[in-house]
Design a protein around this ligand. Structure first.
Ligand code: C5P
Length: 399
């Protein structure tokens, strides 16, 4: 583990796991990091600032409105200082406040005032973790680009058993190390399509589909986190671009193909995650189409270009496709891989409501062609963010 020259702001909130963070602080310092500790008033009920001051070698920050602390290092300066903010333990209350964007103590204010990456390390009772509000907050935090490390499952201080325990200090320290040092995709360019396409029918109507873009965005984030230069070609979605990713917004399949053509010239990997409309209106009406009394309407559609097939045929990058199927998932996926001439396909069963399309979870069956043999790797079910990291590592290891 080498964290030399890394500046880590370690935030503690109120929870019994706070006592373990003394050990985390020691390990980060031992690995060479410069650590500054911020404690909420809840955290100070479990462990003293003096302990963390001694271990970090720096004064502990705990007050937003303390004039002498502000004179030494003001909260805005402190928010700009770190390379990474790690909140451990992150209580249900703190996660809720951070998600809403509250700034009612020093630590929550720093999260709002900082543009630096934030990792939340949840620790709470299993029922509090399972609570729908906490789960919604975690998903919002993850969607906004915060890293969520843990929780682990097991015995809890209150006697309950279940998911909610803080992951161990060594695991947290290793995640910090991975965050800074594990960049296996450095020097590579990955192009990823995501979201739906929108095919105009007239000035106010269009053909589209239910793709949320979550899977493609989370793959783009994972590839960027692992060091790749990432171009994300996205149809209209309500997600913000992940940090460090170059995003090109498009609407129609043709405009998606144009953007992909321009960006894949020297790409190493192309991942087609977008749900591209198979058809588009043959003629787009310039004026709003009027309803005709007592008659139906036939729309003439023509086929859209197949973006993935185009890249597989015209570019030398490693091509990965997705197959969303409602039946015969494996069979259709393998046939699609051969039809499009690609090396890998990730199949998911979209007939299930617990995973896929708009869900934050997914489960994939990944088929990979190697020396005329097809191998299958099952991935998940798990959060799309975790699944994406595993998929990106898998692609990089087999390509
Ligand atoms: O042919 P089908 O739509 O089932 O194939 C799905 C895969 O092909 C996905 O990876 C999707 O992003 C990609 N695709 C594409 N261009 C199309 C249709 C699908 O890139 N016109």
């Amino acid at each position: 583990m080498n964290l030399s020259q890394k500046k880590i702001l370690l935030g503690l909130t109120g929870g019994i796991a706070a006592y373990k963070v003394a050990d985390l602080c020691r390990q980060l310092v031992k690995a060479g990091a410069e650590v500054r500790v911020v404690m909420t008033s809840g955290a100070k009920a479990f462990i003293t600032p003096l302990t963390l001051q001694a271990l970090s070698g720096n004064p502990v920050h705990d007050d937003l409105l303390d004039p002498s602390a502000e004179a030494a290092m003001g909260h805005i300066e402190l928010a700009k200082w770190p390379d990474l903010i790690v909140i451990a333990p992150a209580s249900a209350d703190f996660i809720a406040r951070a998600t809403v964007g509250m700034a009612n103590d020093l630590l929550s204010t720093l999260c709002v005032a900082s543009a630096k990456p934030i990792a939340l390390v949840p620790a709470m009772n299993q029922q509090m973790w399972a609570n729908a509000a906490t789960q919604d907050n975690i998903q919002t935090a993850s969607k906004r680009g915060m890293h969520i490390w843990g929780p682990a499952s097991g015995e809890q201080a209150c006697g309950d058993v279940g998911l909610g325990r803080m992951i161990e200090p060594l695991d947290i320290a290793q995640k910090v190390d991975t965050f800074f040092n594990h960049k296996p995709l450095k020097g590579q360019h990955w192009v990823i399509t995501a979201g739906p396409t929108v095919e105009k029918i007239d000035p106010v109507r269009f053909l589209t589909n239910r793709s949320s873009g979550k899977m493609g965005y989370s793959i783009a984030k994972a590839a960027a986190d692992l060091g790749a230069k990432v171009t994300l070609v996205s149809g209209p979605v309500s997600l913000s671009a992940p940090n460090g990713v170059q995003r090109l917004m498009v609407e129609s399949a043709q405009s998606m193909l144009d953007a992909v053509t321009e960006t894949t010239d020297k790409a190493d990997v192309f991942i087609a995650c977008a749900a591209v409309s198979d058809y588009r209106a043959k003629d787009i009406s310039e004026q709003k189409m009027k309803k005709k009394a007592d008659s139906g309407l036939s729309l003439e559609l023509e086929q859209n270009p197949d973006i993935l097939k185009w890249v597989a045929t015209n570019r030398s990058c490693y091509c990965v496709g997705f197959a969303a199927e409602t039946q015969n998932v494996d069979e259709y996926a393998k046939a699609k891989m051969q039809r499009k001439g690609i090396e890998m396909i990730c199949a998911n069963d979209v007939s299930r409501t617990d995973i896929g399309f708009s869900s934050d979870h997914n489960e994939l069956r990944v088929f990979h062609l190697i020396k005329d043999q097809i191998e299958m790797y099952p991935l998940g079910p798990m959060l799309k963010s975790e699944l994406s990291l595993e998929l990106v590592e898998l692609i990089n290891s087999v390509r």
